[in-house]
Design a protein around this ligand. Sequence first.
Ligand code: UTP
Length: 271
Amino acid sequence: MVRKAIIPAAGYGTRSLPITRVIPKEMFPIHHKPSIQYVVEEAVSAGIEQILMIVSRSKNMIIDYFDESLELEMYLQKANKLHLLSKVKRPDVQILYTRQPFAGGLGQAIRLGQHFIGNDPFAVLLPDDLVIGEGIKELIDVYQEEHGSVIGLKEVEEEQLKNYGVIDGDPIRNDLFSIKGVVEKPQENPPSRHAIIGRYVFTPEIMAALEKVQPDRGGEIQLTAGIQELLAAQPCYGKVISGQRFDVASEKDYIDLQLQMYRQHADHQGK
Ligand code: UTP
């Protein structure tokens, strides 16, 4: 069973500057909730019981956000605003934190979770990638069938592939692949249309694979390089998720997401 998850949130958010100087992009609001809370809720509803968040010096806002709000809860009770209490309750999951001293890449961030995961399989959810509909649960289901690492995929337009890690794989069924290789941001001849998105389930062997990875030219330990190393040791699978995926750092996705959440809420209220 997959019960643990790592949520890396220690990046600089350069694409969203200048606001990310003070507000982490993982805290960008979407219908009154920060992006990272949707991701925590997705993990919890997939059966995750413990989360390790990777933060940095400038991300204390995330730690504060997931703390209890005792004073506010007392105020709401006294002021007879009990209907608002559910809005300030923290998600029902244990959250631990560790700091990444500088943003040395996603692979380096995940390695900080080595003791946390021990010998257990674990999920990774990127908090700036939002999924409406099925996300990490579908990957956990594949892990339970195949007992290998599972990478979340989306089919994207050919011209967009250069912005993603892209897999080369053999189809097992139309939404499931046996991965042969991964290429980080292919500038030409992408091996498929299947891009890696921010949802993964890993066997604990990914840690040893990441240890072998050398920093890239920008000094970062890339997770895709770790996946490539892992493939030399054991099979990995790619699952096209059925949910809709939004990149919070993309202005268009962010606006689309806001509209979609607004409409969902309005429908719910019968407006
Ligand atoms: P991104 O590459 O999308 O985020 O990493 P970034 O580096 O913060 O943003 P840009 O590209 O400069 O705009 C995906 C997730 O991984 C985390 C980020 O916080 C983000 O949630 N991350 C990235 C880390 O925790 N550590 C890192 O070294 C890099």
